[in-house]
Design a protein around this ligand. Structure first.
Ligand code: ASP
Length: 297
């Protein structure tokens, strides 16, 4: 299962979003159908979306207040609970690859900034210039946003109409193992060093074979406060079905902290849920017996 952000995706951007999540899904399915692991599947799925300019992940991400791309990503293996995360990296086009290296090759779970980049480079991940990740479209978006907020004296950064194009994937493989990954450029005009929910374990991403795999998107601060991915996984572990839990989690987000966003949730039996309280969320899923994608649920 894949998501490509939850917000009011404008009509003219729907096609690119649906195409993007379907392409990503195909990459993950290709691995799973050959007997590959859920961990490999979520990594490759997220890489496809990081490489797609449509989404707020990898190249083409939103810019922070200083006009830089700062990326966060997390990947987690539900079989072993091994996890890798990176935060605030500025010179890695595919942060989920760096996160995967941390999961596989480090005793640590999370690296930030320059240390994360050094670890990645030492483990064969190419570094790039920050400018290589910046699109003129995003320079324009930031300058318009900053002009508008200085005129109005406030900003509407957290309105559900503001783009939340974070990407994520959850997968179940033939061995019954689940995994999850989430990758983001974060929110537009964020302060340098700001981390959202996406790469924080249990907030924007979580996976445990004994509960569920989850990836979230939306306004990160409220999601973090509720540790929402783990909240949902725990409910699945207590016997609720993922379809209900995903919807319940998004209601809880709204009711408790007035948050907005979306979630994909999958357990080791293949039961799943997709929910959002934004006007739209790009999603896609495939199983041996069924396949679907869309922008609303
Ligand atoms: N959750 C992300 C963040 O707050 C944004 C998004 O989902 O697009 O960094």
């Amino acid at each position: 299962m894949v998501h490509g952000g939850a917000w009011a995706i404008p009509d003219e951007m729907v096609e690119a979003h649906v195409r993007g999540v379907r392409n990503a899904l195909a990459a993950g399915w290709n691995i799973l159908s050959k007997g590959g692991s859920s961990l490999d599947a979520v990594e490759e799925t997220v890489v496809v979306m990081e490489n797609d300019d449509t989404f707020d992940a990898g190249r083409g991400s939103f810019l922070n207040r200083e006009g830089k791309v700062q990326l966060d990503a997390l990947i987690m293996d539900g079989a072993t609970l091994r996890t890798g995360g990176v935060g605030c990296v500025e010179h890695i086009a595919n942060p989920v690859r760096a996160a995967r290296k941390i999961l596989s090759e480090s005793p640590h779970v999370y690296f930030v900034g320059e240390g994360a980049e050094r670890f990645a480079a030492q483990h064969g991940i190419p570094l790039c210039k920050n400018e290589d990740l910046i699109l003129p479209r995003e320079v324009e978006r930031l300058s318009q946003f900053q002009a508008r907020s200085s005129e109005q004296g406030h900003n509407d950064l957290f309105a559900p109409t503001i783009s939340h194009d974070t990407v994520g994937a959850v997968a179940l493989d033939r061995n019954g193992n689940i995994a999850a990954a989430t990758s983001t450029g974060g929110t537009l005009n964020k302060a340098p060093g700001r981390l959202g929910d996406s790469s924080l374990i249990g907030c924007g991403c979580y996976a445990d074979n004994q509960s569920a795999a989850a990836s979230t998107t939306g306004w990160g601060e409220p999601i973090m406060k509720l540790v929402l991915a783990k909240w949902a996984a725990d409910r699945v572990a207590s016997g609720s079905i993922p379809e209900w839990v995903a919807a319940e989690a998004i209601n809880y987000l709204k009711d408790r902290v007035n948050g907005h966003g979306g979630m994909i949730l999958l357990d080791a039996q293949g039961r799943f849920g997709i929910a959002h309280n934004t006007p739209r969320m790009a999603w896609a899923f495939k199983a041996s017996s069924q396949e679907d994608s869309g922008i609303a649920r």
